[in-house]
Design a protein around this ligand. Sequence first.
Ligand code: 5GP
Length: 195
Amino acid sequence: MNFLEERIQKDGIVKPGNVLKVDSFLNHQMDIALIDRIGEEFYERFKDKKVTKVLTIEASGIAMAYAVARCFGVPMVFAKKSQSVNIDGDVYVAEVESFTHKNKNRVIVSKRFLSEGDHVLIIDDFLANGCALQGLISITESAGAVVEGLGIVIEKGFQFGGRAIRNLGYHLESLAIVESMDAESGTVVFAEQAR
Ligand code: 5GP
């Protein structure tokens, strides 16, 4: 088990409905040393790519994307959830269905912060059905920028998002892939990964 899988085993809580709670160390209270290490790990995995920007989605991706962007020495941009119906032409827009909240959010990124010529590393905390990542990919490509890779902290391998994105040919790295989990016993089983 790697450092993240160990932490998930120790402090993650499996909730009914296929939700893994990691709010004591990742997305409510944050273990800064762990998040720094996540940043370094993604840097190791993607350092051979040309990366000019790190892109994530608010709110819980921000800390991890910050840690990654710090290692690359590039800006981090986060897609904002926007309630406004009147979106002006200065933003890229994507519709993202939230796995945890079961609602749809319109997310936006200002055209000032992403453009043709950018090489983007997309980072998020969880990958379930892939809606959040698909939205970020669509925003990046609408800008004429290149998706260099996608880094996910926890992929739920039993949901279809990871397979769909890999099948599209993107380079997706997940630090932990949950193969199965059980709310009653609290067990989490991880997929074996090559590294
Ligand atoms: P997707 O768009 O891939 O279906 O879901 C990804 C988004 O949903 C992530 O940005 C994350 O915020 C949230 N999410 C999905 N599954 C889980 C989960 O098991 N636990 C938590 N805490 N968030 C999740």
